[in-house]
Design a protein around this ligand. Structure first.
Ligand SMILES: O=C1O[C@H](COP(=O)(O)O)[C@@H](O)[C@H](O)[C@H]1O
Length: 223
């Protein structure tokens, strides 16, 4: 993996927003429409804020959350809700959000519908992912029911997954889809996550799902 260390989180957020703008512009020069996968969680908000103000051809950008809780967009724990609030505004309001949620009772019923709708947009051009201290990325959680299927080299694009201890079921992009992105960035902060990503390099993706992406990724870390 490429590892980039920053002296503080503000510097990192600025730099990652610049990397993503450059990668998106390069993708826009290659394809008529580009697909940008983004994380949920507490870390990426400042990157979203900066990206939203960047002048580019946002009307040709489709944005997909890398994972989603099986909840409607207006729920406070919806990743799509956060993306709409923090990223799809200002200049980036012209982008299109591709939701991973459908109004059907379970992710098992919804994931194939979402995968079918996503298929014409693939591959992902630019992906930003986060990581938990348990080494999960997107909703690829160690010990999750559905993890093996989501790590398979022929996995569907979108799968249902149940994270151990998480309050609601989820869907996630498969490791294959994230790994196939032309540009893949991991955004993490803090000593615990640094230790976790160093450990992950020595573990299998079943033990440390982030390991499935590291050969392709640039990891951005700040204290
Ligand atoms: O559950 C999730 O967690 C990870 C990491 O979140 P963070 O709050 O530690 O930044 C996130 O990347 C993922 O998209 C999210 O659904």
């Amino acid at each position: 993996m490429d590892f980039v260390e920053y002296s503080d989180a503000d510097m990192m957020m600025i730099s990652v927003a610049r990397h993503l703008s450059r990668d998106l512009r390069e993708a826009l020069a290659r394809r008529d429409r580009v697909l940008f996968a983004v994380p949920g969680g507490t870390t990426p908000g400042p990157v979203f804020d900066m990206l939203a103000a960047v002048d580019m051809e946002w009307e040709a950008v489709d944005i997909v959350p890398g994972d989603e809780r099986w909840l409607p967009e207006d729920h406070p724990r919806s990743n799509a809700g956060q993306v709409r609030a923090r990223l799809l505004r200002d200049k980036a309001a012209a982008a299109t959000l591709l939701s991973l949620w459908r109004d059907v009772p379970t992710p098992e019923e919804g994931a194939p519908l979402v995968a079918e709708a996503l298929a014409p947009h693939l591959p992902v051009d630019v992906a930003l992912v986060g990581m938990g201290t348990d080494m999960h990325t997107a909703s690829l959680f160690p010990g999750a029911e559905g993890l093996e299927a989501a790590l398979a080299s022929d996995a569907p694009a979108v799968l249902p997954i149940s994270a151990p201890g998480a309050p609601e079921p989820r869907v996630t992009l498969s490791a294959r889809i994230l790994r196939e992105a032309f540009a893949l960035h991991v955004l993490i902060t803090g000593d615990e996550k640094r230790a976790a990503i160093e450990r992950a390099q020595k573990l299998s993706p079943m033990e440390a799902p982030i390991a499935a992406l590291l050969s392709k990724a640039t990891v951005h870390w700040a204290p």
